[in-house]
Design a protein around this ligand. Structure first.
Ligand code: SF4
Ligand code: SF4
Length: 350
């Protein structure tokens, strides 16, 4: 399977995606504007609370081509962050005390400067999260020692595993992904990840396979823990249940299967003001592979930069100005505010 970009799909065009999201629906009235819902609950303009996470997308290259990928990542994507831009991120971090750096991609480990970057962030004493797709650990001999490398830098590993069965995982992420993911999880467990008392955090990410909202996070976590322990002797710390946002490949899937309107309706009807108050863009700034700044990784993929009054490139990073910004919102934001809420750390309302 190729990325949408390589297929020249209209869904690779962010203006096209935004048009779809903003269009009045065919059978009736348009969905209410997300901004109006925030206004109704005293949350517009949406402002950051405190920036505690710098999420850095180091590139769109990936060894997988998952069906619902909001990045449209894959082996055919060549956009990756340069060492110079990474240095600008380090300079920005050094002038702040932002405690958490969240590295994402693509497969962030495929960036040739990934290990150097982790080492340099580590020297700054920040907590590092790596969104590791698991299969990368087995993709090539040069990645086999990643569990040891992560351990050395006390990296928190956060990994997608859509389900505890091969069929559902492979349907979403590609043939053979489940078996490789299991092997990689066992390798992480072997060096101490997910083991009680080790302090090495291994978290899993669940996202629904179809056009439905995730079930209860705690219940899913219990079931995943039981099934992975029984079947494969795997342990992990937390499970994050994440809602699929209607952008990129998932938007393409919704439209091509006729599920777009019913899915949007579900998101809109499940709008939860408590989740809206806790959206992750209120404590995060997202950096793109070329150094541009965004409110979150979803806005980044829609090419919606931070508002023009705020610094828009990592070289101009200014914590106070970014904390004072108005967050850029659109209809896809309903994905973060449905039910118990959704963020890169799972539910936002307990
Ligand atoms: S592993 Fe992650 S980045 Fe790569 S294609 Fe799958 S969802 Fe996208
Ligand atoms: S999609 Fe991004 S900007 Fe919108 S609510 Fe979610 S985190 Fe915030």
């Amino acid at each position: 399977m190729k990325s949408l970009a390589a297929q020249n799909s209209p869904f690779a065009d962010t203006a096209f995606q935004l048009d779809v999201l903003m269009q009045p629906q065919q059978q009736g009235t348009a969905f209410p504007m997300f901004g109006q819902r925030l206004l109704d609950h005293g949350l517009l303009p949406l402002k950051p609370t405190q920036i505690s996470i710098l999420q850095i997308n180091v590139g769109k290259m990936c060894n997988q081509v998952c069906k619902h990928c909001h990045v449209d990542a894959g082996p055919d994507r060549k956009e990756i962050m340069t060492r110079e831009t990474m240095q600008l991120c380090l300079d920005a971090l050094a002038q702040t005390d932002i405690p958490v750096v969240d590295l994402t991609g693509g497969a962030p480990e495929m960036n040739p400067y990934f290990r150097w970057f982790v080492e340099e962030i580590s020297k700054l004493g920040r907590q590092i999260i790596v969104r590791c797709n698991l299969t990368i650990i087995l993709a090539n001999k040069k990645y086999h020692d990643l569990p040891e490398f992560f351990k050395q830098h006390r990296v928190q590993v956060v990994s997608s595993l859509p389900y505890f069965t091969a069929s559902r995982t492979d349907t979403q992420r590609g043939d053979g992904v489940f078996d490789k993911s299991i092997k990689a999880l066992q390798m992480l467990n072997a060096v101490g990840y997910g083991q009680e008392g080790s302090g090495l955090m291994l978290d899993l990410v669940y996202n629904p396979a179809g056009s439905f909202l995730p079930g209860n996070q705690k219940a899913l976590e219990g079931e995943f823990k039981r099934r992975l322990k029984q079947g494969y002797d795997i342990t992990f710390n937390n499970l994050f249940a994440i809602t699929n946002l209607p952008i990129s490949r998932y938007l393409d899937y919704l439209i091509s299967t006729g599920n777009y309107e019913p899915y949007m309706e579900k998101l809109v009807n499940a709008f939860n003001p408590a989740a809206a108050a806790n959206v992750m863009c209120r404590n995060t700034v997202s950096v793109g592979w070329e150094g541009s700044l965004y409110d979150c990784d979803f806005n980044q993929m829609l090419e919606l930069p931070v508002e023009s009054r705020a610094p828009r490139h990592i070289r101009d990073f200014h914590l106070e100005a970014l904390t004072a910004r108005n967050i850029v919102i659109n209809q896809h934001c309903y994905g973060c505010t449905a039910g118990a809420g959704s963020s890169c750390g799972g539910e936002t309302v307990s």
